[in-house]
Ligand binder design. Structure first.
Ligand code: FAD
Length: 483
């Protein structure tokens, strides 16, 4: 076989990472377009991202890979699973398959960049072409710049720059067919990876979630057909599905942000203001990656370093009660239990539980970030770190430290009838709405009638919020005075 002919027919390896989809997957679409055989590959890397996947997301990954493998089979191909260091795996596969090209979509977390950049250089040669594509974000993080060419630190000007930059590229459709190589390389078995949690705490995840791109597209359709209409108000309703619930699908790349963005164009039912509010949320995700790209240590270091001197408490017992949803503050407990049961939590409640941990308990935001990373199905190195730093007041464009959320008034405002609390803290279900967010103030007769025995069926509050607030403000003042 002459060299040109050989190269024409030589396979292209498409390396899937956190982009477990066939739709709007530029690496896959470009490989398919060549008409050459494609070897779809997923590597379980030794070290990817800012720390290993959390347990909740490992559950998601298992099902997501199952779903991707099915999709790829339908296109006439086969997903190969390998584990280990990416360079070793790729080199072996190139040798075994005779592949002359590797395509992948870029990733933007610091660990991913640190792996991919040198890898591209090491692997590229006359005999091997390595090509990377965009797709995880609406715009490349390096493209959005301030007038002086620097990174943004504040969201609103970032949003304006994104808006002024025009529409993100149109999504590309999934290939109709993938050419199979003469022989598929061997694959490891997904079941052997042990991604499903040993304990059965993820038992209820499937009630709420169906990983995979088919489900992601269905959710997008439902959202754009109905939920987006009135999104500005519904997104604050803790007790109902008033948002898109696309975040875990985005986190695993089962749907692209461009597909979502363009699906919200020209909707007849939705108010333009609803569409803009929703797009602004998508752009918060972009902003998180922009910040992470320019501050690779954002998951572990306060962007505003002066907060490192805050004097966090050790608070192991309090931390434990926070994780279990046993703080005695119903809205906090409901959120933490929703997280444990379904691997998610309403955005508003994430802010409330975060503020409670950092300000009422004076526990370092990094412990909250880590707990979320392990238990959220949408755990994302950029969004999680940015939002925790926002809550703690130490990040970019952050909520000021002196703004301490009151868990009672927040509960009353965002769960007025206590429906969210009743669902997740069933031992309080019979309490009248008037007391549901502060059972510790309820008259004894009301508690007795609702079957609530404080300190027995439901905990007494672990802190006095007013005192905790004063302590947080004093800690903040110390920092300010020292600065
Ligand atoms: P929608 O309201 O439908 O919004 C659409 C999309 O916009 C979301 O899917 C998400 O990709 C993006 N988005 C919305 N709000 C934010 C935000 N505040 N920051 C960044 N992107 C946003 N989101 C994650 O995806 N992963 C995380 O690990 C994560 N950790 C968080 C930790 C804390 C302490 C807080 C306060 C928020 C965190 N968020 C995180 C942001 C937000 O809570 C979720 O993105 C949102 O609840 C997802 O629900 P949805 O898909 O229905 O959102």
């Amino acid at each position: 076989m002459d060299d040109v002919h050989h190269r024409d027919k030589a396979p292209i390896i498409v390396w899937f990472r956190k982009d477990l989809r066939t739709d709007d997957h530029r690496a896959l679409a470009s490989a398919a377009e060549t008409g050459r055989p494609v070897i779809p590959l997923y590597i379980r890397e030794d070290q990817a991202e800012a720390g290993p996947l959390g347990e909740a997301q490992a559950w998601w990954l298992h099902h997501s890979l199952t779903s991707l493998a099915d999709r790829i089979e339908k296109l006439g191909s086969h997903l190969i699973l390998r584990s280990g260091d990416a360079e070793t795996v790729l080199q072996k596969l190139v040798q075994a398959s005779g592949a002359t090209a590797i395509f992948w979509n870029r990733r933007y977390d610091p660990v991913g960049i640190a792996i991919d950049k040198p890898l591209k250089e090491t692997l590229s040669s006359d005999a091997l072409e390595v090509v990377s594509f965009s797709g995880a974000l609406l715009h490349e993080p390096s493209r959005v710049k301030t007038k002086t060419g620097g990174p943004y630190k504040v969201y609103t000007p970032f949003w304006r720059a994104v808006e002024a930059g025009g529409e993100p590229p149109e999504p590309v459709d999934a290939p109709k067919v993938l050419e199979a190589p003469a022989r598929f390389p061997s694959s490891e078995a997904l079941a052997d990876w042990g991604l499903l949690p040993k304990r059965d705490w993820a038992a209820d995840f499937a009630e709420r979630w169906e990983p995979g791109e088919t489900s992601a597209r269905e959710k997008l359709e439902d959202f754009t057909e109905s939920t987006i209409d009135g999104y500005r108000a519904s997104r604050e309703r803790t007790w109902e599905a008033g948002t898109s619930r696309l975040s875990p699908h985005l986190a695993m790349g089962e749907i692209s942000p461009a597909r979502i963005w363009h699906a919200t164009r020209g909707l007849s039912k939705a108010d333009t203001a609803d569409v803009i509010t929703f797009r602004k949320e998508l752009v918060w995700r972009e902003f998180a990656y922009h910040l992470l790209f320019h501050n690779p240590d954002m998951p572990t270091e306060s962007l505003n370093r002066k907060y490192d001197k805050l004097g966090w408490t050790k608070g192991d017992k309090d931390f434990d009660r926070w994780t279990k949803g046993l703080t005695g503050f119903p809205i906090v407990d409901a959120g933490m239990r929703e997280l444990w049961r379904y691997g998610t939590m309403h955005n508003r409640v994430r802010m409330i539980v975060g503020s409670f941990l950092v300000k009422d308990l004076l526990i370092d935001w990094r412990r909250g970030e880590r707990w979320f990373r392990d238990t959220l199905v949408d755990a994302d190195p950029a969004s999680n770190a940015m939002n925790w730093q926002w809550v703690a007041g130490c990040g970019a464009d952050a909520s000021p430290f002196f703004r301490v959320f009151n868990p009672i008034t927040q509960g009353e405002k965002f769960d007025t009838d206590g429906l969210y609390v009743r669902e997740h803290v069933p031992e309080l279900a019979e309490l009248p709405s008037k007391w549901i967010h502060h059972p510790f103030d309820a008259p004894a007769a009301v508690l007795a009638k609702a079957g609530v025995k404080l300190g027995d069926t439901y905990p007494e509050p672990i802190v006095d919020h007013a005192k905790a607030r004063d302590r947080a403000l004093a800690a903040y003042r110390n920092i300010k005075d020292a600065a």
